[in-house]
Design a protein around this ligand. Structure first.
Ligand SMILES: NC(=O)c1ccc[n+]([C@@H]2O[C@H](COP(=O)([O-])OP(=O)(O)OC[C@H]3O[C@@H](n4cnc5c(N)ncnc54)[C@H](O)[C@@H]3O)[C@@H](O)[C@H]2O)c1
Length: 254
C-alpha cells in the first residue's frame, strides 16, 4: 500500500466475525494493508475459507474458532494470538421482535453476543496492549439501528446502543494509554445476516435504502471494511470515541 498512514505492515490484528460478511471483508482488507490477521468466529468452515482467501491474496492469517459470548474462549484465543495492535470486534447476531414480544432468553442471547462479546474482546485485548505498551486501536461494530427506533428491532438496537456507550467509555479510559476506540455504525448491507432475516422483504428494503440515500446506492461489506481500516490505521490517529457511519448518507425517517 502506498499511503503509509494505512500501512499495517508491522501490526497484528484480531478480527471477530471473520468467517462471513463484513468481518470477512474487514479481515481481507486489514491483511491487504499488511497486517497479520487473526480471524475469530464460531463458524469453523467460514474461518477456513477466509484464511484461504487471505493466503491466496498473499497475506498471513490464523484462525481461532470461538464463541465471543464465552469470555474464557476469547481470552484463550487472544493469548494464542499474542499481543495485537488492532482489534475489530465485528461478530454479531440479528434478532427481530417487538418490546412486548421479547422474552428474557432472546434478550440475554443477543446481548451475550452483540454486547458482551464486544466487551470481552475489547477488555482482554486492551489489558494485553497496556501490559505490552502497545498504542493500539479497537474498532467495535454498532449499527445504524442506534440512530432510530425501528419497530421489531428492540434487542438488536439495545445491544448496539450498548456497544456505542462501551466504545465512548473505553475511549475515555484507554486514551491515556494511547489506545484509541471507535465504532462503525453501518447502514443496510447485504450479507448472510440480512439475507436470513429479511429474505422476504429484501428487495423492498433495498429499494427503500437506495431511495433514502443521497448517493442512491447500496453499501457493500467492502465499504464497511474501509471504515474499519481507517479507524484501525494511523490515518485516524487523532480520532477516538467516535462513531463512523458508512451508510450512504441515509437518515432514517423513523
Ligand atoms: N449487514 C448489515 O446490514 C449490518 C448493518 C449494521 C451492522 N451490522 C453488524 O455487522 C456485523 C457483521 O454482520 P454481517 O452482516 O456481516 O453478518 P454475518 O452473519 O455475515 O456475519 C456475522 C458473523 O458473526 C459470527 N458470529 C455470530 N455469533 C458469534 C459468536 N457468538 N461467536 C463468534 N462468532 C459469532 C457469525 O458466525 C458470522 O460469521 C454484526 O455485528 C452486525 O450486527 C451489519
Amino acid at each position: 500500500m502506498a499511503l503509509t498512514a494505512y500501512d499495517l505492515g508491522d501490526r497484528a490484528a484480531f478480527v471477530t466475525g471473520a468467517a462471513s460478511g463484513i468481518g470477512r471483508a474487514g479481515a481481507l482488507l486489514l491483511a491487504e494493508a499488511g497486517a497479520v490477521v487473526h480471524c475469530a468466529d464460531r463458524d469453523e468452515v467460514g474461518l477456513d475459507e477466509t484464511r484461504a482467501l487471505i493466503t491466496k491474496a498473499g497475506g498471513t492469517a490464523y484462525v481461532h474458532p470461538l464463541d465471543v459470548a464465552d469470555r474464557a474462549q476469547v481470552k484463550a484465543a487472544l493469548a494464542a494470538a499474542g499481543p495485537v495492535h488492532v482489534v475489530a470486534a465485528i461478530a454479531g447476531v440479528m434478532h427481530t421482535s417487538s418490546v412486548l414480544d421479547t422474552d428474557d432468553v432472546d434478550l440475554d442471547r443477543v446481548l451475550a453476543v452483540n454486547f458482551r462479546g464486544v466487551l470481552h474482546t475489547c477488555q482482554e485485548a486492551a489489558r494485553t496492549m497496556i501490559a505490552h505498551g502497545i498504542r493500539g486501536s479497537l474498532v467495535t461494530m454498532a449499527s445504524g439501528a442506534v440512530d432510530s427506533a425501528r419497530p421489531g428491532l428492540f434487542c438488536y438496537s439495545v445491544s448496539k446502543a450498548a456497544v456505542v456507550q462501551l466504545t465512548k467509555t473505553l475511549a475515555s479510559e484507554l486514551g491515556p494509554y494511547g489506545i484509541r476506540v471507535n465504532a462503525v455504525a453501518p447502514g443496510w448491507v447485504r450479507t448472510p445476516m440480512t439475507d436470513q432475516h429479511a429474505s422476504a422483504q429484501q428487495e423492498q428494503i433495498e429499494s427503500m435504502m437506495m431511495r433514502l440515500s443521497p448517493l442512491g446506492t447500496l453499501g457493500r461489506p467492502e465499504d464497511v471494511a474501509h471504515a474499519v481500516l481507517h479507524l484501525a490505521a494511523d490515518a485516524s490517529s487523532f480520532t477516538t470515541g467516535q462513531i463512523l457511519r458508512p451508510n450512504g448518507g441515509v437518515a432514517m425517517p423513523w
